[in-house]
Ligand binder design. Structure first.
Ligand SMILES: Nc1ncnc2c1ncn2[C@@H]1O[C@H](COP(=O)(O)OP(=O)(O)OP(=O)(O)O)[C@@H](O)[C@H]1O
Ligand SMILES: [Mg+2]
Length: 262
């Protein structure tokens, strides 16, 4: 089993859109897949037409046992299950803080799915506190969508600095460009600069496309309701790159954060 968090310490960058489409594509390419919606906004749960709510609330992600199993829902797609979100997840940080081994709780919960799934994808809320540290401990790979703007790059650098300071392996962090508008000179220039300065930038990006926003209308992955679209092809390319460069790669990569990007 491999675990992949779609994570950013910045909001509205395309985390949920990526988590939903990548989970769908992982399942469609034959992997038994579980998507965990860790965000109390429950957007990923909504996209998959599942009712939000966990029977034991946030305890599902804190106490373990069979609570998580009991809450897993099937989706409309073969090979793809969902652990829905619950509004009580908004307090996850506070609850973790009161517990022993507070940074390793999520890891323990996910470990119990070892035999059931080939891949677990986490749709993460914006966080860089205790929940983020649980995520960093729990997963094999962290994938960060980055809009090619100055502030997004700065936020990414903050993340790398935080991880280094705390002793987390920055080698498991990869980024891809999200919501790219190639008509914008700044987007193009930043993409070139960031790709030069950082090692772990995937050479596949998601353009800014209205078809992706329509996921909210169809409540389906774009790759399901519009399989021939540019948007769908972009997520397929991204999934292919993730498989090749992350999931089947051996040995750690290093992500450098040179002083040129501040
Ligand atoms: N590539 C894209 N092109 C156009 N719109 C997009 C794209 N990706 C996401 N969106 C839209 O932008 C908004 C934010 O996207 P999304 O919810 O995926 O971001 P997020 O990082 O998960 O946000 P949050 O931090 O609130 O969880 C949504 O309305 C979504 O439909
Ligand atoms: Mg989201």
């Amino acid at each position: 089993m491999r675990t992949l968090a779609i994570y950013s310490n910045k909001g509205g960058v395309g985390k949920t859109a990526a988590a939903v489409n990548l989970s769908y594509l992982a399942a469609r390419t034959g992997n038994s897949t579980l998507l965990c919606d860790l965000d109390p906004q429950s957007s990923a749960t909504y996209y998959f037409r599942v009712k939000p709510g966990l029977k034991s609330g946030a305890k599902v992600l804190i106490k373990g046992g069979d609570r998580a199993y009991k809450n897993i829902k099937g989706t409309d797609y073969e090979n793809l299950d969902l652990l829905p979100s619950d509004f009580s997840l908004r307090n996850l940080d506070v609850t973790f803080d009161k517990l022993k081994r507070s940074k390793k709780r999520l890891k323990k919960i996910l470990r119990q799915f070892n035999d059931q799934y080939d891949i677990i994808i986490l749709d993460c809320p914006v966080t860089i506190s205790l929940l983020a540290e649980n995520i960093f401990h729990a997963v094999d790979h962290i994938l960060v969508p980055m809009i090619p703007t100055t502030l997004s790059v700065r936020t990414f650098k903050q993340l790398l600095c935080f991880c280094k300071k705390k002793g987390y392996d920055t080698g498991k962090i990869n980024t891809f460009f999200s919501m790219v508008d190639l008509h914008k000179k700044m987007h193009k220039e930043l993409m070139v600069a960031v790709s030069k300065d950082f090692n772990n930038v995937l050479r596949s990006f998601i353009p800014y496309l209205s078809q992706i926003e329509k996921m909210g209308i169809y409540r389906e992955p774009v790759a399901a309701f519009s399989p021939q679209s540019t948007a769908s092809k972009a997520y397929e390319n991204l999934w292919a790159k993730i498989q090749k460069s992350i999931l089947s790669a051996h040995g750690p990569h290093r992500t450098e954060s040179p002083s040129s990007i501040r």
